[in-house]
Design a binder for this molecule. Sequence first.
Ligand code: ADP
Ligand code: MG
Length: 278
Amino acid sequence: MIEFTNVSFTYEEAARPALGEIDLSIADGEAVALVGASGSGKTTFLRLLNALLLPTDGRVTVDGLDTGDPVNLWEVRRRVGLIFQNPDNQLVSTTVERELAFGMENLGLPSAEIGRRIAAVLVRLNLEHLRERAPHRLSGGEKQRVAIAAVLAMRPVCLALDEPTSLLDARGRREVWEILGELGRDESRTVVHVTQFPDEIGLSTRAIVLDRGRVVFDGSPVELFSRAERLSEWGLTLPSAMVLSDRLRRAGLGLPGVAITLDELVDAIVAAPAGSLS
Ligand code: ADP
Ligand code: MG
């Protein structure tokens, strides 16, 4: 459980707070999409999650541990794994296997356990064929998958990702989407995913919108996209599945429900009454 209690944060010498009066909790296993225009405070929020930054006011706790108490620093960092926009900033080793072992060695895990976890995470993220490769020679999508694998191998209770697909090409983005979709469904781990892509928001079950450091929306992705009049103000557009649904409906296809991911749209088309498009 992650709790923000009346949290504000102001960078040194900044004229106004980057985040103000944030009050929310994130339950274990939730998959949260954190969105908002550039400069709205998303990265600052993630940095507060794992004590890279400490609140100027208020309190952040992770599993009851106050991030502001220096005694808790190690435990908080162990619980919250951070993935950055640019995987090049995160990869340090000469092979993928070494990269995966690195964080676990720092945790002091026995080598047999490290070996078992490497094997499991290589399979889970479809990286087995890259085991001996040099991380810096991989494609962007592969690098980001290695960075995610290295953090997952340390088994954090919360994985926080800061626009992990924004520097990737279309193929890399698809590779990482698959992982995000899988992690979102995995209720044994909390995911907080910062994204600017409307199509990625449906990979989460909860959406939080920041606007100039304030929480202005907290609800389901479907509710978020029903607020069409506010979206552009929040730096968002409708996801492609909704744009396509709208065109299909105007063409006469009787689609049930609201689809916000392409998978859901395909399901809706398959379920549409036969012959409804005439
Ligand atoms: P986002 O990730 O949503 O783009 P950030 O959390 O990076 O937003 O930034 C929130 C606000 O804090 C912005 O106004 C930004 O200019 C400011 N800010 C971010 N980092 C720093 C910093 N290191 N020093 C001063 N101000 C900063
Ligand atoms: Mg940011």
